[in-house]
Design a binder for this molecule. Structure first.
Ligand SMILES: [Zn+2]
Length: 141
């Protein structure tokens, strides 16, 4: 049996990429929508403004996002090297591999703020289940 999603329901992947609350998939996980405002990039409200879901489930809850962030970085580097090889061709005979390493490292630095946010989104989505009837649950305001 397959349950049909209503047209206004957000999928898991989209809610993670757009940093939405995993419980209702509507409220924002972060106060500032721009991840490149570095002073406030990781600031989160205590609770979801839509459903009231608590965002820090326990003290130090987000320490585990380091593992997710590491995995995302490795995945990014693998994809970047494959894309570079397919388009510009990597070789040990010239400096192309070092150029690719340098550009991928620079890209990782530039992409760190949104990648850290996505790591937090993935981490909290591992522990909080989606509830399409969140209005009726006890966490609602
Ligand atoms: Zn919510």
């Amino acid at each position: 049996m397959c349950a049909k999603k209503s047209s206004n329901e957000t999928g898991l992947l989209k809610s993670i990429i757009t940093n939405k609350c995993p419980h209702c998939r509507k409220g924002n996980l972060f106060i500032d929508p721009n991840p490149y405002h570095l002073k406030s990039t990781m600031r989160m409200p205590d609770r979801c403004p839509v459903c009231g879901q608590q965002f820090e489930l326990q003290t130090g809850f987000y320490f585990g996002t380091g593992y997710v962030s590491y995995a995302l970085s490795v995945l990014f580097i693998i994809i970047f090297f494959i894309a570079w090889h397919l388009t510009l061709h990597l070789s040990l005979q010239d400096n192309s591999i070092f150029c690719c390493m340098g550009v991928s490292a620079l890209m990782l630095i530039v992409l760190q703020p949104p990648m850290q946010r996505i790591a937090r989104s993935i981490w909290i989505a591992c522990f909080v289940r989606y509830d399409p009837n969140y209005h009726a649950s006890t966490g609602s305001i």
